[in-house]
Design a protein around this ligand. Structure first.
Ligand code: ZN
Length: 414
């Protein structure tokens, strides 16, 4: 069967041979964070997670995290960073980027109440707030933070989401632009050179600067020559010429200039480098300290109730990763929980089997309205992005060629 697959066409530069990690449930098709999302177009090739002896790099990092990192030393490093930047007059000395989800809530709360920092929190609004997301956002602010909430022009946000969906099957791309670039831009505007995010991408197998995950490389969130950067897979100059937009309509989505960023000596740090990061612990911390609430029902496509619950467009992000890479939301959630020793690999495999393929029905109509598409147009677009090495059509039904529940290793590895 594998030989047959090797000959099938692959899209987006994905590896022809599909392999599942023998420790978690992640596959080798998992894309890595793009060096610059602004160069992403329909021709782009995707870099994928590294596997070594059947084990993904996220699992390799997590083993190291548990066993080899001196967390006392790391906390000392955090105290040194705070000492260096702390403002004794109580004015803002760091920016925390976040939505009021469990992670940003914990990051800001710990920095303020344990390390005596004075964070300004900044938020890029989701495409469409869920009720629980808005409530959690309010609770976060009410627990003691100033916040700047940026809502980009709704008309432009919808158009870019539609273009990203049509050209890249990546409707979440406009959110990623905001989430990555807003804090650095605010840092420039308010002269606050220290920014904190929560989890480093290295936890999930993304490459990290200096291999440590301490800071984020500025190439991810700076950029010059705006006219040639691409949003929704289309260069800014074409969005202006062919879609009737003005440069100012797009500025909210564009990155800060690398020279200005360097002059201001801005740094993006991950708190997850300094303290041992565990998503479930972040949830408990946020619930206890800021009144963060989990959802009353599980997220469609998974079994989880407290991760990424603030955007009605979010389930469509994971639906598109299932189409493009064969990796749905339950796979992401379960892989992380295996690494953090919350569930066994066998449990993870069962959860993936049960939930990964579930279509997110709940907000489907609202999502179609948002991107101004009919259901027929939606499915036509989706089907264009099914790579032949991952999908086949049988009796008019799309089926995945490789699933982790057919690949359970003979010897349990957890
Ligand atoms: Zn793994």
């Amino acid at each position: 069967m594998e030989q047959e697959t090797e000959q099938l066409e692959t899209y987006f530069g994905l590896p022809a041979h599909v392999e599942f990690c023998s420790q978690c449930v992640m596959s080798n098709q998992r894309p890595l964070a793009k060096r610059s999302e602004f160069n992403h177009n329909s021709e782009s090739k995707t870099r994928t997670i590294r596997f070594e002896n059947g084990i993904c790099s996220a699992c390799q990092y997590n083993e190291k995290k548990r066993d080899n990192i001196d967390w006392t030393q790391r906390e000392k490093e955090l105290r040194e960073v705070c000492e260096k930047y702390r403002k004794d007059d109580g004015s803002y000395d760091c920016i925390v980027s976040g939505s009021g989800g469990k992670d940003s809530t914990m990051v800001s709360h710990i920095l303020k109440y344990k390390y005596n920092m004075h964070p300004l929190t900044v938020t890029w609004a989701p495409h469409m707030y869920t009720e629980i997301g808005w409530r959690n956002f309010q609770s976060w602010i009410d627990s003691g933070f100033d916040n700047i909430l940026v809502h980009p022009n709704g008309k432009v946000h919808k158009l870019l989401t539609k273009l990203a969906f049509q050209n890249l099957l990546h409707p979440f791309q406009p959110f990623i632009f905001g989430q990555k670039n807003l804090a650095p831009k605010m840092a420039v505007q308010f002269d606050i050179p220290l920014i904190f995010y929560g989890e480093p991408g290295i936890e999930y197998g993304d490459p990290a600067k200096d291999n440590s995950g301490r800071t984020r490389d500025p190439m991810y969130h700076t950029g010059s020559d705006h006219m040639n950067l691409q949003l929704g897979g289309i260069p800014v100059k074409d969005l202006i010429e062919k879609h009737g937009l003005h440069y100012n309509d797009l500025k909210a989505f564009l990155p800060v200039d690398p020279d200005i960023y360097a002059q201001k000596k801005i740094q993006v740090h991950y708190l997850g480098y300094y303290i041992r990061w565990d998503p479930q612990e972040a949830y408990y911390y946020a619930a206890e300290n800021t009144g963060f609430q989990a959802n009353t029902e599980r997220t469609e496509g998974s079994y989880s109730k407290y991760s990424s619950i603030d955007d009605k467009a979010d389930p469509f992000h994971y639906f598109t990763t299932l189409i493009k890479f064969g990796i749905g939301r339950a796979t992401y959630d379960a892989a992380q929980e295996v690494r953090n020793k919350k569930i066994t690999r066998e449990e993870a495999v069962a959860l993936v089997k049960k939930f990964d393929n579930e279509f997110p029905k709940k907000y489907f109509t609202e999502f179609l309205d948002y991107i101004n598409m009919t259901e027929e147009q939606f499915w036509k677009t989706v089907d264009k992005f099914r790579s032949p090495h991952l999908w086949k059509k049988e009796d008019e039904q799309w089926k995945m060629r490789h699933v982790v529940y057919d690949n359970v290793p003979q010897t349990p590895s957890v």
